[in-house]
Design a protein around this ligand. Structure first.
Ligand code: NDP
Length: 295
C-alpha cells in the first residue's frame, strides 16, 4: 500500500517552524511579519479563504490587515490601496484575493504589487525569477507541493514528472520548480492540458504525477504505472447522499483505485490543501526577514 503523504501534519510542522522564527525575528530585531489582504466583493468562498489566512496570522504572531471593498469598487481605488501598502514598512506581504470582479483588470492589479512584497508569487517578476532560477517568491500551492515531496524524502532527480494542467497558479509554476537544476529538483517534466489527445499515454509513463485539473476521477488505475508517486491538487465537490451535507470533496485522481498501485499519494482533503496557507505564511516571513533576494 502506498505511503500516504500527510499534508496536514507537514503543514503543522512548517507552521511551528515559522512560529519559532517569528519569535526570533521579534526578539532579535523587533520585526513583526505583516500580511495585508484585499478582498473585493462578497464571494463566499473567497471570504472563507481570507478568514483562514487571518486566523493563521493570529496563530503565528503575524500582523494581519484585511481590507474589504464592495464589488463595485473602482480599479484605481484598488491600486491606490496597494500603493499605500507598497510603501508601508509594516506590510511585508500583499495578497489580492482572486478572482476580482470582471470590471477590474486583474493583470494591472497584480502588476501594481511591489515584487518585494508579492507573497502570492503571481507578479510576472516573481514568475520570471522562478523560470530563470533566481531567488524570489514562489506561489504558494506549487511551493507547498515541492515541500511535500521534499519532506517526504521523495527524490525526484532524473524522474519523469507529468504535470496535468497548465494554469498560472498551479500547473506552470510547479513544472518550473520540478525541472530546475537545483537540489531536490532536477526532474524531467512533461506538461499536459486539454490539447493532449490521449492523456493516459503520458500519465502511464510518469514516475510522478501532479494532477491540477479540477475534474474528479480524471486519472484512474489504468492510467498509471506501478510505483507511481501521485500529488493530487484537485478540489472537486461531488454529490454524496451518505454525507449530511449531500456532497464530499474529492481530488482529480481516483484515490481508491490508484492508491494500491502507487508508492506514495496525497489524499484529498488533507494533502496539498493545507500546504497553501502554510507557504503563504512562510513567504511572508521570508519577506519580513529581508534576505530572500540575496544570492
Ligand atoms: P484551471 O481550471 O485554471 O486549470 C485546469 C487545467 O487543467 C487547465 O490547464 C486545463 O487545460 C487542464 N485540463 C482540464 N481538463 C483536462 C483534461 N481532461 N485533460 C488534460 N488537461 C485538462 O485550474 P487550477 O490550476 O486553478 O486548479 C486545478 C485544481 O486544483 C482545481 O480543482 C482547484 O480547485 C485546485 N486547487 C487547489 C489548491 C489547493 O489545494 N490549495 C490551490 C489551487 C487550485 P487547458 O489549459 O487546455 O484548458
Amino acid at each position: 500500500m502506498a505511503q500516504i503523504i500527510d499534508g496536514k501534519k507537514i503543514s503543522e510542522e512548517i507552521k511551528s517552524e515559522i512560529k519559532e522564527r517569528t519569535k526570533l525575528l521579534l526578539d532579535s530585531r523587533g520585526i513583526v511579519p505583516g500580511l495585508a489582504v484585499l478582498l473585493v466583493g462578497d464571494d463566499a468562498a473567497s471570504s472563507i479563504y481570507v478568514n483562514s489566512k487571518n486566523k493563521a496570522c493570529d496563530a503565528l504572531g503575524f500582523k494581519s490587515i484585511v481590507e474589504r471593498m464592495p464589488a463595485d469598487a473602482k480599479e484605481n481605488e484598488v491600486i491606490s490601496l496597494i500603493n499605500k501598502w507598497n510603501s508601508d514598512p509594516e506590510v511585508h506581504g500583499i495578497l489580492v484575493q482572486l478572482p476580482l470582479p470582471k470590471h477590474i483588470n486583474e493583470t494591472k492589479v497584480l502588476l501594481s504589487i511591489n515584487p518585494t512584497k508579492d507573497v502570492d508569487g503571481f507578479h510576472p517578476e516573481s514568475v520570471g525569477r522562478l523560470v530563470v532560477g533566481l531567488p524570489g517568491f514562489v506561489s504558494c500551492t506549487p511551493a507547498g507541493i515541492f515541500e511535500l515531496l521534499k519532506r517526504s524524502n521523495i527524490d525526484i532527480s532524473g524522474k519523469h514528472a507529468v504535470v496535468v494542467g497548465r494554469s498560472n497558479i498551479v500547473g506552470k509554476p510547479i513544472a518550473n520548480i520540478l525541472y530546475q537544476k537545483k537540489k531536490h529538483a532536477n526532474a524531467v517534466v512533461t506538461i499536459c492540458h486539454t490539447g493532449a489527445k490521449d492523456l493516459s499515454y503520458y500519465t502511464k509513463q510518469a514516475d510522478i504525477i501532479i494532477a491540477a485539473v479540477g475534474k474528479p476521477n480524471v486519472i484512474k488505475a489504468d492510467d498509471v504505472k506501478d510505483g507511481v508517486i501521485v500529488i493530487d491538487v484537485g478540489i472537486n465537490r461531488v454529490e454524496d447522499s451518505s454525507s449530511p451535507k449531500g456532497y464530499k470533496i474529492v481530488g482529480d485522481v481516483d484515490f481508491d483505485s490508484v492508491a494500491p498501485k502507487a508508492s506514495a499519494i496525497t489524499p484529498v482533503p488533507g494533502g496539498v490543501g493545507p500546504m497553501t496557507i502554510a507557504m503563504l505564511m512562510h513567504n511572508t516571513l521570508l519577506s519580513a526577514e529581508g534576505n530572500l533576494f540575496d544570492e
